[in-house]
Design a protein around this ligand. Structure first.
Ligand SMILES: Cc1cc2nc3c(=O)[nH]c(=O)nc-3n(C[C@H](O)[C@H](O)[C@H](O)COP(=O)(O)O)c2cc1C
Length: 353
């Protein structure tokens, strides 16, 4: 079967993966209303194309936190890539480097940070942190990521506890085996140390802790999982450098707004003071275009990267990124945008929102 769009990868990935793994990747919380709405909300937005603009050359390049990337498309943090492909995050990192885009590595990566960096030394990477109860552990891992060349710290805020995913319970999925936080092990330390077992997520984490993170790292801090103007304003007040509008792919609190619908509220609240990104439900070039028109600087892909990995490892991820980049190029050409800078609100028909 030829794979021409991201959904083709989804269909093939389901055939390749064990049911338990598939359910873990695809699952949303509770009734999966938000997971599905992330996709359908994009389809309720209409585009307003402009013609006769001379679009023989279209450039998808942009920047995130001052670093140039080939397109406003990145890889969202997802855990345990070895569940879908033996080389796991090392394959993901190589594909991201080849595509010249940003890869956010998860706290719960199944390869060590050292191995991930060594496999693609020139790639642009950010490190995602689930704040742990052990503050010394937080400090160690953040400083280790910084010294390994990760360019930003992405702190996930929407997981004080893990949402209820029904199929994982039915399947009796045991993630404890995977929860060995390989990212906390250095490459010399191949034998897992039980004392490094994560205390898992710190539910007491709050706004006041951000200054502590700012005191232990020079990295720009980006908050992932913001959905409201109130929190967006607090993020600006606490001097973070970016926000990822996200509902965790509908895996945490169900029945929150689709990410694309929350984006406008957040973009309006930050008034251009910091960069705003989004993830959740992006599957086509038109989706990317719509997110950028509504103020996102870049979008990030969660599940589609895992589909790519499951189908063909590194080459599957490369193909997924390439398909989306090409679709974005086509969408930009057809709406009359020669550069990412020309994408703006005028491209969107607001009455359909
Ligand atoms: C299997 C899976 C694992 C995930 N693991 C993490 C993680 O470790 N850290 C995190 O911040 N978000 C995690 N997420 C959420 C993603 O970063 C992202 O918000 C979401 O997948 C985007 O939606 P999409 O899958 O529709 O693209 C995970 C999502 C999935 C599907």
């Amino acid at each position: 079967m030829s794979l021409v769009c991201l959904t083709d990868f989804q269909i093939l990935a389901q055939q390749k993966l064990a049911k338990t793994t598939w359910d873990f990747i695809e699952g949303g919380a509770d009734e999966e209303i938000t997971r599905d709405d992330n996709i359908t909300a994009f389809k309720r937005i209409c585009l307003r194309p402009r013609y006769l603009r001379g679009v023989s050359e279209v450039d998808t390049r942009t920047t995130v936190q001052g670093e140039e990337i080939s397109a406003p498309i990145g890889i969202a943090p997802t855990c345990f890539h070895c569940m879908t492909w033996p080389d796991g995050e090392m394959s993901t990192a190589r594909a991201a480097q080849a595509a010249n885009i940003c890869y956010i590595t998860s706290t719960y990566a199944s390869c060590t940070l050292e191995d991930i960096v060594a496999s693609a030394p020139r790639g642009l990477r950010w490190f995602q942190l689930y704040v742990q109860s052990d503050w010394e552990l937080n400090k160690q891992i953040v400083q280790r990521a910084e010294s390994l060349g990760f360019k930003a710290l992405v702190i996930t805020v929407d997981v004080p506890i893990v949402g209820k995913r029904r199929n994982d319970i039915r399947n009796e999925l045991d993630l404890k085996r995977n929860l060995m936080l390989k990212s906390l092990q250095s490459s010399e330390e191949k034998n897992f140390k039980p004392d490094k077992q994560p205390s898992f997520i710190n539910a007491s984490f709050c706004w006041n802790h951000l200054s502590w993170f700012q005191s232990i790292t020079q990295l720009p801090i980006i908050l992932k999982g913001i959905l409201t103007k109130e929190d967006a304003e607090l993020a600006v007040k606490h001097k973070v450098q970016g926000i990822i509008v996200s509902n965790h792919g509908g895996r945490q609190l169900d029945e929150v707004p689709a990410s694309i619908n929350a984006l406008m509220e957040v973009v309006t609240a930050v008034k251009g003071k910091i960069e705003v990104y989004m993830d959740g439900g992006v599957r086509t070039g038109n989706d990317v275009l719509k997110a950028l028109a509504l103020g996102a600087k870049c979008i990030f892909l969660g599940r589609p990267i895992l589909w790519g990995l499951a189908c063909k490892g590194e080459h599957g991820v490369e193909e997924v990124l390439d398909i989306l980049k090409t679709e974005l190029h086509t969408s930009m050409t057809l709406v009359g945008c020669r550069s990412v800078g020309e994408i703006n609100w005028d491209l969107i028909q607001l009455s359909r929102l």
